[in-house]
Ligand binder design. Sequence first.
Ligand code: ATP
Length: 198
Amino acid sequence: MGKIYYLMGKSASGKDHIYENLIQETALDLKPFVLYTTRPIRSGEQDGREYFFVDEKRLSELREAGKIIEERMYSTVQGPWYYFTADDGQIDLAKHDYLGIGTLESYLKLKAYFGEQAMVPLYVEVDDGLRLSRALERERKQTEPKYAEMCRRFLADCEDFTEEKIAEAGIVRRFSNNSTPEDCFSEIQNFVEQQKKL
Ligand SMILES: Nc1ncnc2c1ncn2[C@@H]1O[C@H](COP(=O)(O)OP(=O)(O)OP(=O)(O)O)[C@@H](O)[C@H]1O
């Protein structure tokens, strides 16, 4: 039976970067598990790669069709943004292993939906000061930097990723991304290789 490897961590902890590297590692043979969002696409992102970028009308259609596994709404400085996971036929655990990115909350809902044995959490951590400076550096490179939203995300993370919530989600193993991206990636790569042998 296949597994869903699920990357989690606070904003700017390096999930996208690690995701890209893991997906490209052909030996791991992980298929992308793509979530949906109604937030505007950022420069450098591609529809169907980081997320499926859809509008609220599409979300309503999927809701009405009973296809939503989990959904979250964030009140941002640009209005409400929805992030959601849909049972749209992309997952076939009889055939493949998958890699997704999400939150603790979505991880718990996926665990309830697909079963605990199907889910492997990959929790990435970076010291707050370092993470904030990486977030700022990343935002500066955007054509229209959204600093207020960056700050909101940083503060919201403190509530979304409390130690209690991490423990409640059953997350024990943590991967530090304080050092180089290569160090963090190779630690996760080794872990996934071990898991695939189980
Ligand atoms: N180990 C590292 N050392 C230095 N910079 C890093 C490292 N890992 C990631 N970065 C940089 O930090 C920034 C945030 O990384 P990334 O966008 O991958 O984070 P994320 O967790 O996907 O963020 P978000 O959840 O906000 O989308 C990027 O500019 C990335 O290039």
